[in-house]
Design a protein around this ligand. Structure first.
Ligand code: NAD
Ligand code: ZN
Length: 345
């Protein structure tokens, strides 16, 4: 089968011919991949940055966001059959650790990530355990379904805070921050302010329905938020840029006893953080990882089925698998929303 493979340590991927994976465990499902979307993590692996050099073993098939058709099921698979259309959680939980057993599977101690710890989905076929697959409602377009995973990140972040009637500041309108604008509105936010530095993504945030957009390279973010809130500050910060300045300005722009939900992953650990500001303002901070399994998926499905969420504006490019290089260059330039690769018909 065709697959986009990190064949050697170094920048880029190779479109290669590899063996079709086989079902090896009774709970596994073989899926024909229809569409797969490119995520920031794939871009890290493409660039071969420090994180990927430490984490990724070559050769390995990349990719984790996908939608596909079930073609074969292991003998213990109960809920799926050939022909079913599925999207997938990309975090594969062990099912037996303390977190898994207490309803926190998304932070499983033995988590394996598709396309990071094992072969991924930029390939014609993938084999995964049944637990991670999410059967799609037929009304959800297949073009959209690979993007349910990053949509889930936005939903997990937004729903960690009660937004009803609140003024929300979203720092960073990449694909996740942009769709979070819609999610925040559905969740009852009164006003959504976005801060973003890329012109392309400022426009994307506008299309998503942001009420105000501030470019912090042109204007002082804290002053602008204060002006918009009668000098009070935003009630909630949703940090979705992974930029330490955005994080600290976001905290500074909060009202006293405000809340922050942080999804962004920062370039250094520890991150320089204005902790005293957060302490004296009595800010509650929620740190967010992945998607709740599977509450977030249930919410995403229903909002897509009932058309309350519109992903059409978020997916800016659909490319054939062979043009993956173009997709990665586009992602890298930040002149895109979500990029979907068509793997098979
Ligand atoms: P992205 O990198 O495409 O988007 C980040 C956006 O922030 C970009 O559009 C960028 O222009 C903007 N930005 C950069 N500096 C800024 C600044 N100072 N002020 C305002 N905006 C700024 O990423 P994404 O795919 O949309 O993901 C959002 C963040 O969430 C990333 O940091 C990503 O690593 C992280 N993430 C976390 C999890 C998790 O489980 N915690 C999962 C997925 C993604
Ligand atoms: Zn576990």
């Amino acid at each position: 089968m065709k697959a986009i493979v990190k064949k050697f340590p170094g920048k880029g991927f190779v479109l290669d011919e590899v063996e079709i994976p086989k079902i090896e465990e009774p709970n596994e499902v073989k899926v024909k991949v229809l569409n797969a979307s490119i995520c920031g993590t794939d871009l890290h692996i493409w660039k071969w940055d420090e994180w990927s050099q430490e984490r990724i073993k070559t050769p390995q098939i990349d990719g984790h966001e996908f939608v596909g058709e079930v073609v074969e099921v292991g003998p213990m698979v109960k809920g799926l059959k050939p022909g079913d259309i599925v999207a997938s959680e990309t975090h594969i939980p062990c099912g037996v650790c303390k977190q898994c057993k207490t309803g926190k599977m998304h932070v499983c101690k033995n988590m394996k990530i598709l396309g990071v710890d094992r072969d991924g989905v930029f390939a014609e076929y993938v084999v995964v355990p049944e637990i991670v697959l999410w059967k799609l409602d037929p009304s959800i377009p297949k073009e959209y379904a690979s993007v349910m995973e990053p949509l889930g990140n936005a939903i997990h972040t937004v729903t960690s805070v009660d937004l009803r009637g609140k003024t929300v500041l979203i720092t960073g309108a990449g694909p996740i921050g942009a769709i979070a604008v819609q999610v925040a509105k559905i969740s009852g936010a009164a006003t959504v302010i976005v801060s973003e530095v890329s012109e392309y993504r400022i426009n994307m945030a506008k299309e998503m329905g942001a009420d105000y957009i501030i470019n912090p390279l042109e204007k002082n973010l804290v002053e602008e938020v204060m002006k918009l809130t009668n000098n009070d500050g935003a009630d909630v910060l949703l940090e979705m840029s992974g930029n330490p300045t955005a994080l600290n300005d976001g905290i500074e722009a909060l009202t006293n006893a405000g809340e922050a939900a942080i999804l962004g992953v920062f370039p250094t650990n520890p991150v320089p953080f204005a902790m005293n500001t957060a302490v004296f303002k009595n800010i509650t901070i929620h740190c967010i990882t992945g998607r709740k399994m599977f509450e977030t998926w249930q919410i995403a499905s229903e909002w897509l089925r009932t058309k309350r969420i519109d992903l059409s504006k978020l997916i800016t490019h659909i490319l054939p698998m062979e043009e993956f290089e173009k997709g990665f260059e586009l992602m890298n330039s930040k002149k895109s929303g979500k990029i979907v690769l068509k793997i098979s018909e």
